[in-house]
Design a protein around this ligand. Structure first.
Ligand SMILES: [Zn+2]
Length: 155
């Protein structure tokens, strides 16, 4: 689905957040054989900045984290497309719109796929913690983490 949210920053700038989420077949085009690798989720969020009716930039919305940015724009909490910097108040407004757009665009099937993937990874983790200690090669020694057959203790 596609969801669009608009934020008026009140200084002539209007931010439009467009979130897209689609689920489709993941086809591998391998030498004439089209192999379906299962369902694939694509998520994308683009923020556009309009000033006085003109689009001035569009790209990612993110937090200001690099020391360089913090030095140049001390009051900035976030940025759009690495060119518009946002103070705390504007950042909160855009973040609220961003989160709402992402939540609204989310496909039910994507949620199901994410839950399935999470369960699969958890089951694998559990299997490894359960069987890993019994799957060590003969002669394995925990002390030196190699197959020393206890030689490291013998010396
Ligand atoms: Zn050892």
């Amino acid at each position: 689905m596609i969801s669009t949210k608009t934020v008026d920053l009140g200084n002539g700038r209007i931010i439009t957040v467009t979130a897209t989420c689609t689920v489709s077949d993941d086809i591998s085009y391998s030498d004439g054989w089209n192999i379906n690798l299962g369902r694939k989720i694509s998520r994308k969020v683009v923020c556009s900045v309009e000033k006085d009716g003109k689009n001035i930039c569009s790209g990612d919305f993110c937090q200001v984290v690099t020391p360089d940015e913090k030095q140049r724009y001390p009051a900035a909490v976030g940025s759009i497309a690495d060119s518009i910097y946002l103070g705390a108040e504007s950042f909160e407004k855009v973040k609220t719109a961003y989160d709402a757009a992402v939540a609204e665009a989310e496909e039910p099937e994507a949620k199901e796929l994410d839950a399935k993937e999470k369960a699969r990874v958890e089951a694998l983790d559990e299997m490894y913690t359960k069987y890993e200690p019994t799957q060590r090669p003969y002669g394995w020694c925990d002390k030196c983490q190699s197959c020393c057959y206890g030689d490291c203790e013998a010396a």
